[in-house]
Design a protein around this ligand. Sequence first.
Ligand code: FEO
Ligand code: CA
Ligand code: CA
Ligand code: CA
Length: 645
Amino acid sequence: MNPKTNSLPMRELIEQSLSRRSFVHILTSGACVAALTELDVHASAPETRKTSQMFQFRSIPPSIEDRVVVPEGYTAEVLYRWGDPINGESPAFQPNASNSADEQEKQAGMGHDGMEFFPLPGFDPNERGLLAINHEYTDQILLFADGIEPLPPQPMPMEKVRKSIASHGVSIVEIAKQKDGRWQVVKSPRARRITADTPMSLAGPAKEKLGTEARGTVNNCAAGRTPWGTYLTCEENFQGVFGTNASGFQPTTAQKAYGLSAEGFFYTINQKKVPGYRWWEQLPRFDLSQPNNDSERFGYVVEIDPYDPTSKPVKRTALGRFRHENSELTVAPDGRVVVYMGDDEMDQHVYKFVSEGKWDPTSKAGTGVLETSGLLDKGTLYAARFNADGTGTWLELAPGVNNIPRKSSPTDTEGFDAADIAIHSRMAAKIAGATPMDRPEWLAVHPETKEVYVTLTNNKSRHATDAANPRAKNIFGHIVRWKETNDDATSTGFKWQIFVLAGNPKNADSTNHGNTKGDFFACPDGLKFDASGVLWIQTDMSSSVMGKEGYAELGHNMMLAADPITGETRRFLTGPRGCEITGNAMTPDRKTMFVNIQHPGEPADDLSDPNMPLKVSSWPDGPNGGRPRSATIVIRKQDGGFIGS
Ligand code: FEO
Ligand code: CA
Ligand code: CA
Ligand code: CA
């Protein structure tokens, strides 16, 4: 493609994709083993790979520097850090983390993750817009000036619980390009924080059991957007904020299936489990021993109108309850809406939702008005089975279908009705025979060919391999892609293949070596196509393994551009110490890219130190700053060119 024009190479890309022997081979013969062999052939001869025509930037090496590194000719600037005020003015961040809960409610939360950019009517969309940013979780030790003191059996004080709750959720901020070309958060009537305490509605089948009201969103991992201009935020590890001090508490089978436990997320301090959150000590709705506690009201995709700060977010339970990573929405040829989703835990599944109704693009495209016609509330939920012969099947999750027993009476705890499918989706998918995957993270749909890609970040506990998860103890992860039958996202069949096995192909020491063509990486997580068809991959090697055996040569977490035709991966960005790279949004002209640096400074044992907060990283404020801070950064090309050129 010509980097000097904005013309997209899509038509050419499809033709190349369709004429590519390996892909046609896999699609027509359905022989996934052949595809794997072909990838292995590439792996043994990486020097024969073709250089991508899709991106031109010069690759950067792996890095262990405590800063963001981007290719020659590019700049990376910090835009919006944990604690920065949402109105660009006040309250100011206190570097010793002494901001109150009330102040935190007007500042960026922690753990920046998925994100989307929304143009504003009446403004140049390349110069001004709204950013919706997820705040996935809190480092409970760095969040407070004195860490998590007092420890149990003293309860966590309400002020600390409230500050933690205010650090979760979503930021909506207005950003604008200044005269010098830099982007800034500006004062805006639309600026808003949505937290774990924001009133929400609950819609879809689960409301029959749980009612129509809910409160708060947590563990907002990755995201998605709708063509009608709303933001989809996805609740992932919600089990971590629930727990109980009730003695003798035993989780039910249904709670166990979601990892709910008495301590929730915990730190190990002096060989003792210390619960990290303890919200339940102040708020019974987070106490698992309380009847009708809120644990079944989390684990959903939540729709937010980014333009109206008074609008009430809606939990879309028809899209299922699990550890949602992102939600990639596409419109099928007949107008039905399809949402692809992953459940990020070892041996969990890939899902899709197909709406019953059809979207009318002439009605309210891009307005940001929340859906009210039932498009995201009525439809069919499916889980994916990846067959060994390279075909795949979407298994409908419904009572009486695919061996899922129908509920015989209201007291029947084994059977399912529509509400149970929405609330206990994991159990329904397991019964239906969905393939247990190596931790499904983001899904991305190619803008033109509609092929679907999913990152499978790793699964160190995998013993029994299958065609779609071919490595035992898969420590580096892989990416699978598929093509729906007739290129129709509503189809119940597909053909799939492995796009790449991550890891260094030259790493002879490890049985887990990969077949990357180009720059190697491990633990793919964030995944998004830009409008030109470049597939951007972001990595999340855990702090506990970074720099250790097998991972040392990979350096810090990174972002790469991938060419879906040649398979080439090229390293574009490396992050500071202890961080993961996540979140990816672009202005429509593809000249500004927003990326999130999550949890810089995370120690290998997860135990930050309030007395030595900069012990791992001092990014982004430097040695004179108070805390490492998750932040949104802005990437631009100095010559004003497209990102990737
Ligand atoms: Fe929030 Fe699965 O990453
Ligand atoms: Ca992730
Ligand atoms: Ca991850
Ligand atoms: Ca994360």
